[in-house]
Ligand binder design. Structure first.
Ligand SMILES: N[C@@H](CCC(=O)N[C@@H](CS)C(=O)NCC(=O)O)C(=O)O
Length: 222
């Protein structure tokens, strides 16, 4: 395992990169992070060569071989480094984890983005309702458990926690507090951030909120 050469093509504000960093930390896999400096105007040749279809971060390079798309990368890590498994063993539980992974991937980031990128108040309200409805389903499946699969922090936790350093920006521009609506889900965020693998992998939410404010100015929203 020590002989593996692992690199992560990454960008500091990307929630999709953050979730891969959490997975690497949970699995104790040493890696080198290679940061893109300007994803909008000047992607590196290495990124374009490694992910020619989407040209997006994150990309994992394992012994020089590229793996793209964050959920696919985390699934790959779990298969290539089977110690400390992230996905449950049982086929049924695994299918449930994949169901929620797919739900999170389709819904959470676009719904959050709609909150801070909307201009008119009625659009912001609609985006906020949509985001909170998505959170309602996630809160429901979490229930009274510590983590999505029970007692241990795993696949679904990683996919969702990676997105949460953007949540304070959604709360700010949507004028709500997640904990007022879903205290158990909010407690799950606090519990998960208390893990070193999470706090050391995720970007400080304040930095993200400043980044969002800068983008809002760029789009003429404030
Ligand atoms: N579905 C992808 C999304 C990755 C993504 O949206 N990456 C963004 C940064 S957050 C990116 O590289 N954007 C540059 C671009 O789309 O040109 C994943 O899960 O990895």
């Amino acid at each position: 395992m020590g002989k593996d050469d692992v690199k992560l093509l990454s960008m500091w504000a990307s929630p999709f990169c953050m979730r891969v960093k959490v997975a690497l930390a949970e699995k104790d896999i040493p890696y080198e992070e290679i940061l893109e400096t300007d994803l909008m105007n000047d992607k590196s040749d290495l990124l374009v060569k490694s992910n020619p279809v989407h040209k997006q971060v994150p990309v994992l390079l394992h012994d020089g071989k590229p793996v793209a798309e964050s959920t696919n990368i985390i699934t790959y890590l779990d298969e290539a480094w089977p110690a400390k498994p992230l996905l449950p063993d049982c086929a049924y539980e695994k299918s449930r984890a994949r169901f929620w992974a797919d739900y999170i991937d389709r819904k959470v980031y676009p719904a959050g983005r709609a909150i801070w990128s909307s201009k008119e108040q009625d659009e912001v309200e609609a985006a906020k309702s949509n985001f909170l409805e998505i959170m309602m389903y996630l809160d429901g499946t979490l229930g009274d458990k510590d983590y999505f699969n029970g007692d241990t922090f795993g696949f679904v936790d990683i996919l969702l926690i990676g997105l949460t350093s953007w949540f304070p920006a959604y709360e700010k521009y949507g004028d709500f507090k997640l904990e007022d609506h879903y205290p158990k889900l909010a407690a799950w965020i606090t519990r998960s951030w208390a893990r070193e693998t999470v706090s050391e992998s995720l970007t400080n939410p304040e930095k993200i909120t400043n980044f969002v404010s800068m983008m809002r100015k760029m789009y003429g929203l404030e």
